[in-house]
Design a protein around this ligand. Structure first.
Ligand SMILES: Cc1cc2nc3c(=O)[nH]c(=O)nc-3n(C[C@H](O)[C@H](O)[C@H](O)COP(=O)(O)OP(=O)(O)OC[C@H]3O[C@@H](n4cnc5c(N)ncnc54)[C@H](O)[C@@H]3O)c2cc1C
Length: 504
């Protein structure tokens, strides 16, 4: 059988989580990956609160939890490591997603465990198979894959194709989708070390604005630490992979006998976004769709957001035999959000350069300072699959609905996204009734009703701020709010709009 509902090209972090999410909806998925082993070079180190929540949906949150440490914060410093400008302190905070805002993880550990989970799932996985070509058609995509071991070409067909095949995505090139360069392209060397001694380097990311060499220090999950050093245009990149040169760069922090270098690589930090994330029934996600410099630690997180946004829409379309209208909202929602992440990540790099170039940090223009930590928060979604097609402040549509959590001695002991289910949920403080027609429609869709217990609302400050008397929220499977009842919009009107939008 060479036909699948969905074929995913590339099983990096984005493709893997997408496969697991689709599988959880009972979708028949094939994952194609050209490498035999998971990628072993230094890359993602931070996972955000939303990233954790998405991994909960895919059943892999325990993998991150077992391999991570909460990040204390991030700040800019001068070359002597004195703080300049604004920073953020994150220690002890819990966001509305029910997780700390940012945690540090060790990617080789988590990637291996996620691959194992994938191997034991219903997802069909073909390693050492390279995607070569595709023909898009209205009802069916046909793809050509090379079995690298047997040197044999195989054809597969699928209703939907997902290209999560990284920055140089062949799927993107085959679809002839252009990229927009947002003009931050610099070479950096990234070094991961394993500490031999006790950690003394703190729990904050430091952006060291040294005019001689911009440097980022990341207090990775113990016993690991990371440094990133900019490489100037006239410098020889290869030189930066020489261990003795790396030791000189790290000397300010640690002596060579205090650590072992475990990984080193030169990366060009890009800020690029694809013009489209969809063409016919083919989609781009992860680095294939957008690449941001790592200063915000949000690159992989953007891939996770793509995954959670598209997977329920594909599942809903297949299961309810919908036309493709719902799928159009994937790029409508994801392009502006990803663009914000790419632009603001590059903004942090630009602010580092500005701080490094001046003697007086107070002279750095405010518009640049606003790009730094503490000055922005990730935006809500603005238009797409929401009441009236647009996010709306009064309804909180486009915002993420908080995750109910249970506390014991001021510590979270239970996260309860599962009570929201994996489909749409109507959430209220008090009971409500619906017309027969609308109830039948919601049942068909698998929409759940949840009357939140008083004690959850009292215990959760985030929930409390949302749960006003008489308000009912309609929450999407990815936890974004579709809309809510207001003084102008009744529950029946809310559901009627969902009906029109989903076209069932
Ligand atoms: C130094 C650095 C630090 C970073 N830090 C962070 C961070 O802290 N937090 C964060 O969120 N992000 C971070 N990022 C970004 C993050 O690593 C990437 O966004 C993320 O790895 C992208 O995942 P992906 O699955 O989209 O692509 P990839 O990880 O590139 O995976 C693509 C997969 O597709 C496969 N593939 C490619 N072509 C084919 C083909 N033709 N056929 C079959 N398979 C194919 C590849 O082998 C690969 O396995 C960092 C990046 C760098 C470079």
């Amino acid at each position: 059988m060479n036909h699948f509902d969905v074929i995913i090209v590339g099983l990096g972090p984005t493709g893997s989580i997408t496969a697991l999410l689709l599988e959880s909806y009972g979708i028949k998925v094939l994952g194609i990956e050209k490498e035999k082993e998971v990628y072993n070079l230094p890359r993602a180190v931070t996972i955000s609160d939303q990233g954790f929540r998405i991994s909960q949906l895919a059943g892999i949150d325990h993998i991150y939890q077992e391999n991570s440490t909460v990040l204390g914060g991030a700040r800019f410093t001068d070359k002597n490591l004195n703080t300049i400008g604004n920073g953020i302190d994150l220690q002890g905070l819990i966001s509305q997603n029910g997780w700390p805002p940012s945690s540090l993880f060790h990617q080789p550990y988590t990637d291996h465990a996620i691959r194992e989970k994938l191997d034991n799932s219903a997802v069909e996985v073909l390693l050492e198979h390279e995607f070569k070509d595709l023909i898009c058609a209205d009802k069916e995509n046909r793809i050509k894959v090379l079995n690298l071991k047997e040197e044999e070409e195989i054809e597969f067909t699928c209703r939907y194709l997902i290209g999560s095949d990284g920055g140089s995505s062949l799927v993107r090139r085959k679809l002839d989708i252009e990229q927009i360069d947002l003009n931050y392209n610099r070479d950096w060397v990234v070094v991961d070390v394993e500490l031999r001694n006790e950690n003394t380097l703190g729990d904050q990311v430091l952006q060291v604005c040294d005019s001689e060499r911009l440097t980022t220090f990341v207090p990775s999950h113990l016993p690991f630490r990371r440094w990133e050093f900019i490489i100037h245009e006239h410098e020889d990149k290869e030189m930066f992979l020489d261990e003795s040169n790396i030791q000189k760069l790290i000397y300010k922090w640690l002596k060579p006998e205090e650590y072992k270098i475990i990984r080193k690589a030169v990366y060009q930090f890009h800020s690029i976004i694809a013009k489209n994330f969809k063409k016919d029934n083919c989609f781009l996600m992860g680095d294939a769709a957008h690449q941001a410099p790592p200063f915000m630690g949000e690159g992989m997180m953007s891939g996770y957001r793509d995954a959670v946004n598209l997977s329920w829409k594909i599942a809903c379309t297949i299961k309810n035999e919908l036309n493709e209208k719902l799928l159009e909202t994937y790029e409508e929602e994801r392009i502006p959000h990803s663009k914000f992440v790419v632009k603001n990540s590059a903004g942090i790099g630009e602010l580092m350069e500005a701080y490094a170039e001046t003697e007086d940090p107070n002279k750095v223009p405010q518009d640049l300072v606003n790009k730094g930590y503490g000055s922005f928060i990730l935006p809500n979604l603005s238009s797409g699959f929401f009441f009236g097609g647009k996010a709306n402040e009064t309804m909180h549509s486009g915002e993420i609905f908080p995750q109910p959590v249970e506390y014991l001695n001021k510590k979270i002991v239970k996260r309860m996204d599962h009570i929201l289910g994996d489909n749409f949920t109507l959430i209220s403080k008090s009971k409500f009734s619906l017309s027969k027609d609308n109830q039948k429609f919601l049942d068909l869709l698998g929409c759940k009703t949840l009357i939140l217990k008083k004690e959850y609302i009292e215990e959760n400050s985030w929930l409390k701020s949302f749960m006003k008397e008489g308000t009912t929220y309609l929450v999407r499977p990815d936890r974004y709010i579709f809309g809510s009842t207001t003084s102008d919009v009744s529950l029946e009107e809310l559901i009627n709009d969902l009906k029109i939008r989903i076209n069932l």
